[in-house]
Design a protein around this ligand. Structure first.
Ligand SMILES: Nc1ncnc2c1ncn2[C@@H]1O[C@H](COP(=O)(O)OP(=O)(O)OP(=O)(O)O)[C@@H](O)[C@H]1O
Length: 316
């Protein structure tokens, strides 16, 4: 029973595509691992498996052992979150499983009918040889699709056995952006949780405001607070919010500490003399410093993880 090694299973859900579900999953996994927990990430977004890329391990392949697949270890969590180097705590093991590791050609479209998707999700839940894990985070596709239904069917079957740890399926983290259109789709996801009896661990509001790369101030591009209002309406915890930040996107997509995206600073300005140049360079250094403090959002993710872990432990 491969899931027996897992203490807590957390689903990451969203009713809408592109709201940052995989990004949040990756960062939650890293934050948990930095706090010393052993973590696995299962990517069941079969048509767009982006987790391997976000961990910077997209070239890795899973190994097949006699009893099943061995998940791919994410060795360089320290380089993904450089601040980890200064923490005295041990970093927990982090490993990952995704269809992205299995496809022969990563650019191939996955055009599968429901039964094939169902079979793949089942296989991911029964044939992966996870090591002992404190948390397994499952990144799901947007909406309530075939993958969700087979995920729940298999999970409930596997975790309701007498030998399974109690309350193994801890619940779901729901990700939204603040605009009304996203919130209305994500509300459907909350209703899905209600109907299927999945506990909602909380809502994360992503892309809440935009951090200006010039002055590091935050402007509310898509409005703000939609996710929080939704959490209040559904009487579920609000876990926190993250702004749109080009450096966050670079961090996520490249899986390493980002170079600031081209055009972030006025590098192309023709400098007339050395004095002028020094002033601009100094200014740039100041901005980079200021920006660096917030671009990994370590504080926000620590807060989110603190609330999650406290909630899960209080109910176990
Ligand atoms: N707070 C943020 N600031 C800037 N860019 C972000 C932020 N959150 C996510 N992104 C970027 O938005 C894009 C979509 O994010 P992601 O793939 O995590 O979304 P998703 O909800 O998992 O998408 P899908 O519906 O395809 O599964 C990515 O390019 C990611 O880097």
């Amino acid at each position: 029973m491969p899931l027996e090694n897992i203490q807590n299973i957390v689903l990451v859900l969203s009713g809408k595509g592109g709201v940052g579900k995989s990004s949040i999953t990756t960062q939650l996994a890293l934050t948990l691992s930095l706090q010393g927990y052993s973590v696995g990430v299962l990517d069941i977004d079969l048509t767009g498996p982006s987790i391997p890329r976000f961990f910077g391990i997209e070239k890795a392949k899973v190994r097949q052992a006699p009893g099943g697949w061995i998940p791919v270890p994410v060795h360089d969590a320290q380089t993904l979150l450089p601040r980890a180097r200064s923490t005295s705590k041990d970093i927990g093991a982090l490993s990952c499983m995704s269809l992205g590791f299995i496809l022969a050609n990563r650019n191939d479209a996955v055009i599968w009918r429901g039964p094939k998707k169902t079979a793949m999700v089942r296989q991911f839940l029964t044939d992966v040889l996870w090591p002992k894990l404190d948390f397994l985070l499952i990144d799901t596709p947007p909406g309530t699709s075939d993958e969700h239904i087979s995920l729940l069917e298999t999970l409930l079957k596997q975790t309701n056995t007498p030998s399974a740890p109690r309350n193994q399926l801890a619940g779901a983290v729901v990700v939204t952006t603040p605009q009304a259109i996203a919130v209305s789709d994500v509300k459907k996801e909350l209703n899905f949780c209600k109907k299927t009896g999945i506990r909602v661990l909380g809502v994360v509001e992503n892309m809440s405001g935009f951090v200006c790369p010039k002055c590091a101030k935050c402007a509310n591009l898509f409005s703000k607070g939609g996710g929080e209002a939704m959490a209040i309406e559904f009487e579920v915890p609000f876990l926190g919010r993250l702004p749109i930040d080009p450096a966050f996107s670079a961090l996520i997509e490249e899986g390493t500490r980002p170079e600031y995206p081209k055009g972030t600073f006025d590098d192309d300005i023709e400098l007339e003399n050395e004095e002028n140049k020094r002033t601009i360079e100094d200014e740039k250094a100041l901005l980079v410093d200021k920006y660096r403090d917030c671009h990994l959002y370590q504080k926000q993710f620590n807060e989110i993880v603190k609330k999650l872990v406290a909630d899960i432990h209080s109910r176990n």
